[in-house]
Design a protein around this ligand. Structure first.
Ligand SMILES: Cc1cc2nc3c(=O)[nH]c(=O)nc-3n(C[C@H](O)[C@H](O)[C@H](O)COP(=O)(O)O)c2cc1C
Length: 353
């Protein structure tokens, strides 16, 4: 059976069969998940913030060895080595650059000159307006129900607000997991839907099975937002660790953050001077204290403990609210086919066919 497809401004812009995106998730969106998504006809995005530049290049090459379909790389616009990562993206012919924070006008221009499609992720209308004015090709807009760092405004309010504000394709994220959601996103004027948690919960994702089981067992009420990990609102599964982080005193939290920063430095191969430069970039334009910057270094290590090592007692499980309604682990191919078939069926029902 061939999977039904829907052409939108996103599929035309990127050259994928389906208006579906698998988002960049640290330690989760690696070559296996991204290539399986790409082979299924959706846009897979490699998460690079948790990779060194060398690891990024070899991950990109691994995806290219597994699929000829287009894919993307997610990076932090404020990383001290963003220039080097952009060079790798250009040299390796990656189709899409996705950004966790708004990239500068110069970075957007450099990528576009090299023929790379630029799709920043944003959580507020004014950020969408800014990157659109700077030449971004499309935006992913993430509502508050989404996993990982997140805002307060729900997708149902943020999405129409952004669609009305910009003339470039808008991809909806936060709370999507099925074909009904894709149709709802298209009805709001989006050009597609992006999903994080749903793709984490596939058989192609490398997250340890015991960790996936915790997500599958979660109810909607078990998904919470906390600032205890890095000072920024972060949506994740509520566990004993999250509660104890919330109850820990400031001194203990900082001591733990310093240990984790040292651990991340060893793993990522970053020098202390590079990490301090990244910290300065992170503070720039925001009201972050040095202690918050130090706490931010926690996030990659705490995510890694769960997503790679399976230690949910020592790590956090970033998650969208949809974890509470997801109950199975399809392959990416099965998931994409199912979502598209349901979307086409719903569209037919709505138009009386
Ligand atoms: C485990 C996990 C890790 C994430 N890591 C990142 C990341 O490194 N960079 C990023 O831009 N977004 C990250 N996110 C956010 C997702 O890319 C995406 O925007 C979000 O999951 C969408 O909401 P959904 O989970 O409801 O589909 C992460 C989300 C999860 C669940």
């Amino acid at each position: 059976m061939t999977t039904p497809s829907l052409e939108t401004s996103l599929t035309k812009l990127v050259g994928v069969r389906h208006p579906l995106v698998q988002t960049g998730m640290g330690w989760v969106a690696g070559p296996r998940l991204v290539s399986a998504t790409a082979e299924a006809g959706a846009l897979g995005i490699l998460a690079s913030a948790t990779m060194s530049p060398e690891q990024l290049r070899s991950a990109v090459r691994e995806v290219k060895s597994r699929t000829e379909a287009p894919f993307g790389v997610n990076l932090r616009a404020d990383a001290g080595d963003a220039d080097e990562r952009v060079r790798i993206i250009v040299e390796e012919g990656v189709r899409v650059a996705s950004f966790a924070l708004a990239p500068s006008r110069e970075l957007i221009a450099r990528l576009k000159d090299a023929g790379v499609v630029v799709i920043p992720s944003i959580g507020a209308r004014r950020h969408a307006e800014k990157v659109a004015a700077w030449g971004a090709d499309a935006v992913v807009v993430q509502g508050g129900e989404g996993g990982g760092h997140t805002g307060e405004v729900a997708t149902t309010v943020l999405l129409p607000q952004v669609v009305d504000a910009v003339d470039i394709p808008v991809v909806a994220a936060g709370g999507f997991f099925d074909g009904r959601g894709l149709v709802a996103a298209l009805a709001y004027g989006a050009a597609g839907a992006a999903m994080g948690t749903r793709f984490l919960l596939t058989s192609d994702s490398t997250v340890p099975e015991a960790v996936k089981a915790k997500y599958l067992a979660a109810q909607v009420k078990d998904v919470t937002v906390t600032r205890a990990v890095d000072g920024l609102p972060h949506r994740m599964l509520r566990t004993d660790l999250v509660s104890s982080l919330e109850n820990a005193g400031r001194a203990r939290a900082l001591a733990r953050a310093a240990r984790h920063a040292a651990g991340f430095r060893r793993l990522s191969g970053l020098s202390w001077s590079r990490m301090i430069r990244d910290g300065l970039a992170m503070r720039h334009g925001r009201e972050l204290s040095w202690s918050q910057v130090l706490l931010a270094a926690n996030t990659p290590m705490l995510l890694r403990a769960s997503m790679v090592e399976g230690r949910t007692d020592l790590g956090v499980m970033a998650s969208g609210q949809v974890a509470g309604v997801i109950e199975d682990l399809p392959s990416c191919a099965e998931l994409v086919e199912r979502v598209m078939a349901e979307a086409v069926e719903v569209l037919g029902r709505l138009s009386g066919h």
